[in-house]
Each structure stands twice: as C-alpha cells, then as structure tokens.
Design a protein around this ligand. Structure first.
Ligand SMILES: *[C@@H]1O[C@H](CO)[C@@H](O)[C@H](O)[C@H]1NC(C)=O
Ligand SMILES: CC(=O)N[C@H]1CO[C@H](CO)[C@@H](O)[C@@H]1O
Length: 494
C-alpha cells in the first residue's frame, strides 16, 4: 500500500483479554502499512506492554493518567486481572472518566502534527464515549472487537433487550436477531443472568452500547465466510460497516509477559508431542483467566484417563483458589493420577502456561478441549483443529453455538463452573471427536476446510487479496475518504 505516513490511535480497555488482541492488531497494521501507531493505556499497563513490543516495532506507547483509588478501587489496580469479579464493573465505570484526558491526548497529537488529526481512532467495545471525542475533533473512529461477530451480536442483543430473568421458558429467541438459534438460560453470562435493567452492569451497557451508533464502524477479529450472521446483525442494526479483518494473532514470542511464568518450554512440549502418533493427542486448556470447580476437575481427570487418549492438560487451581498459585495435584486430582499419567507417558500436566500455538500446530494433536475464548478458537481454526467446547463466561457460550451449529467443528461438553459434569460424558465426547467415527471424521474435514478459508482470507499476493486483507484496505479507504471530505469542508470554510 503506497500512502503517506499517517497516525493511528488504538485504545483498548484495561483487561488482558482486550489488550492482547489490540496489540496483535497494532502489529498487524504496522506490518501492512507505513502508518505510525499510538497505543494508549493507563500507566501500569503501558509499563507491562513495554516488554511485549518486539524491538523492531516503532509502536508508540502513551500513558493516560489514571488513579484507581480515586474510584473506590484498591490502589494500583489498573487491569481487571488484578480485581475480583464484583469490582470489574467499577473499573469499567471508572474508565468513563478517561474521556477528558483522552480528548486532551488527541488534541496534543493534532498539535504535534501541525494541525493534522490522526487518520483514525480505534477503541474498545466498552468505550462507547470515545465516539463523542472523535466527532468533536473530526476524526474517523471505529470500535475493534476481539470477540466473534456472532458472539458480540448475541451479547449486544441480550443487553439491549433486558431482562431475561422474566422469560417464561428456559429457552428464548432474541427479538432483533432472528438468524440466531434460541438461547438457553444456562448460556447467559452471570452479569446478564442477574441483570434487571437497573443494576450497575445494565446501566453501563445500555448507555455505552448505544454509543456505538455514533461510531464509523466496527472492526472484527474474524473471517467473513464463517461468521457472517453476526456481522450482518451489526450492519443492519447500526447501519455501519463491519470489517472482518482476522485472524490477527500475537506470535508466541510477543505474548510475554502475559502469564508466561511457570509452564513448560516449547522444546520439551514438542519433544513430548513428537513421540506420539499422528492425531492422537487431546490438548486441554481453559485459558489464563478461567478455571473449573474442584468437583468438575475430578470428573474431567477421571474422564481423560478413561478415554484412553493422550493429552496435554494446562492445569490451574480450581474455583475458590488463587488461579495463579501452584497446582496441588495430590489434592485436586484423583489419587495416583499424576504418577499414572507420568509413568504411562500418556499425559503431560502443565502448570499455568503452555506454548499453545506450537501445540495446536503439531501434527500429533487431534482436538482441543477449550473454554472457546475467541483467541483460542482462532488459533485452533488456523491449524484446523476441531474443538470440544466448555464455555465459561462472556460471549464464549455463543462462540460454541456458532462453532457447533453453523461451522460444525465443535461439540459442547459442559457450560460454566457450576454445572454437573460426569466422567462418562467426558469420555464419550472425547471419543466422539477423536475416534474415527463418522462425526469425528466430518469435524476434522470441516476444520481443515476452515483452515483453508482462513489462509485464503489472509492471503495478500500479486493479483489476489483475501477477504480479511481486503476488509482492512476498505477500512483505511473509509478513513481516508472521511479525511478528504473534512479537508474539503475546511478549505471551503476558509
Ligand atoms: C474409541 O477409541 C478408543 C481407543 O482410543 C476405544 O477404546 C473406544 O472403544 C473407541 N470408542 C468408540 C465409540 O469408537
Ligand atoms: C457514551 C456513553 O453513553 N457513555 C456512558 C457509559 O456508561 C457510563 C456509566 O453508566 C456513563 O456515565 C457514560 O455516559
């Protein structure tokens, strides 16, 4: 792309699961354009980010002042990772106070560039207020969603059509999203299940989600071909473009220091995998933010053992314990499980962190038991790995719906941290996906089809641009044409 050097501002909400996709997007834009990038966040998050930016990158990290104790939060807590669940909403509410400082920051950027505004501002789905800043300063502004189109469409529709506590059956359809299948109350994240329209979450979401209407569009870390119903939902609902530009993922080396402590070296992992036959290993991980209950963990372990399959399991302490503390296998796993697993060579228990990308790309890996966070899903799909879904929170429940009902690359095993899980079901789901059954083969076939779709979407060759590459170009064209329009108006006025 030959264009003049422009500035692009990115600002994610202070939450690891949001900062990581934004960083991936920033690096992706940097690689594909010659634009300069300003990455905004609060001081402690910026400090952490300094270690994750590769040395060759020229992304400019900029701090926005924030003091958590001014908002009734413990001192020095600037990331939801450092907060118990009931305080997460308070950090969200506090983030609204960043508006004046953010406006000032953009004004300074404009001044530094002799009156030339940034080409665009890309903000978090939680920063509905940012559209006001962008409008006042005449800058093109988009929201970036690290969630799937389908997941976010469910989420948006659910918040905009509260409450769901009053539905008369356990299953209901979404009034403004008829393309989606019915939602079961066990698929509702806690805050939506508890919402009555007047609680803090409802008030925050209703206002901020309405703020999206003033945005110039939404960027999605997804691929048009398998996620179109969610994308169409937003195109119709907001009357704005939805650009599907994914998958943009962080490479393993850029992921530190986000929870890489502990764990296992990629080399050891690959070495272990290489002793296993083709398509024989199940990879189990619920991400760095989630864990299951002690009771569920026992059943899962029993099921894994009874399935007769090889496995790599990223273990975290169960619900009720510090998720980042050491794992006590004697207490939380069936008696002798750890020894049997080790002696038979059938399983690898990994504490805290595993080299996910290396594992998913290994030919010995057959399936992925996952919480279906969208980043994990994109990684699995990029390597053609079918999934066994166990969603835990937020829009993960709807990702499973998409993957199971529309894409056909997933079966659901359980929902949430309190449902009953039986080891017999663990065994049957694992064998359904991993054995040479008709369903298993069909899922593998579809997963490898999706892998090809993804490769195509990201292809950028002489004479051929994949859908995601083209969408990114369209996004920049839209920003540039707004810029030209503003310049014409300004010249006309002068
Ligand atoms: C699946 O494969 C396992 C061996 O890995 C075998 O013991 C089991 O009987 C198979 N189950 C089905 C349903 O085919
Ligand atoms: C743009 C917008 O509507 N922002 C709102 C987001 O939510 C907070 C808390 O409810 C409001 O104070 C903001 O006005």
């Amino acid at each position: 792309m030959a264009q003049r050097k422009e500035n692009i501002v990115l600002f994610p909400f202070m939450m690891q699961g949001h900062i990581i996709p934004f960083l991936a997007l920033a690096l992706h834009i940097e690689q594909r354009t010659n634009h300069s990038i300003t990455f905004v966040n609060t001081p402690l998050n910026i400090k952490k980010l300094r270690y994750s930016i590769p040395p060759e990158s020229s992304i400019n990290l900029v701090e926005i002042p924030f003091s958590s104790s001014d908002h009734g939060l413990p001192p020095n807590t600037e990331n939801t990772d450092a907060l118990p669940y009931h305080l997460v909403i308070r950090l969200l509410e506090a983030s609204v106070s960043l508006e004046p400082a953010f406006k000032k920051l953009i004004q300074n950027l404009i001044e530094e560039q002799q009156g030339r505004p940034p080409l665009c501002i890309i903000v978090d789905i939680f920063f509905g207020w940012a559209a006001n800043v962008a409008r006042e300063l005449n800058v093109f502004q988009a929201i970036f969603s690290g969630a799937s189109g389908c997941g976010l469409a469910h989420y948006y529709s659910l918040w905009m059509n509260l409450p769901h506590r009053k539905v008369d059956s356990d299953e209901f359809s979404l009034p403004d999203f008829p393309e989606a299948s019915r939602v079961h109350i066990t698929q509702l994240p806690t805050n939506i299940l508890e919402a009555d329209g007047g609680d803090a979450w409802s008030v925050f979401q209703k206002k901020n989600l309405s703020g999206w209407m003033k945005s110039d569009g939404i960027l999605f870390n997804t691929v048009e071909q398998f996620d179109h119903i969610g994308l169409s939902y937003f195109r119709d609902k907001l009357g704005r473009p939805a650009w599907s530009i994914g998958p943009v993922l962080l490479s393993a080396e850029n992921r530190s220091p986000f929870g890489k402590e502990g764990g296992i070296s990629p080399e050891l992992c690959i070495e272990w995998l290489s002793t296993k036959p083709l398509n024989s290993v199940l990879y189990v991980s619920f991400g760095s933010m989630n864990t299951i209950s002690a009771k569920q963990m026992m059943q899962l372990a029993t099921g894994l053992e009874a399935s007769g399959k090889n496995f790599i399991w990223v273990v975290r302490p169960p619900v009720g314990f510090d998720i980042n503390s050491d794992f006590n296998a004697k207490e939380w796993l069936p008696e002798g499980f750890e020894e049997r697993t080790k002696n038979s060579g059938r399983g690898l228990l990994v504490q805290k962190w595993a080299p996910q990308e290396e594992i998913l790309s290994h030919k010995s890996v057959c399936a992925f038991l996952t919480h279906c966070g969208w980043n994990s899903v994109l990684e699995a799909l990029s390597h053609g790995v079918p999934m066994i879904g166990w969603p835990m929170a937020a829009e993960q429940f709807f990702n499973v719906k998409l993957l199971q009902e529309q894409v056909g690359v997933c079966v659901e095993l359980a929902r949430g941290k309190s449902c009953e899980v039986r080891h017999e079901d663990v065994v049957s789901k694992i064998q359904l996906v991993m054995n040479e059954t008709q369903e298993g083969n069909e899922m593998r076939r579809k997963a490898s089809q999706v892998m090809k779709i993804i490769r195509n979407a990201m292809k950028d060759e002489e004479g051929f641009k994949g859908s995601s590459i083209k969408a990114m170009d369209d996004f920049f064209s839209a920003a540039e044409s707004k810029r030209q329009q503003t310049e014409i108006e300004n010249n006309g006025a002068a």
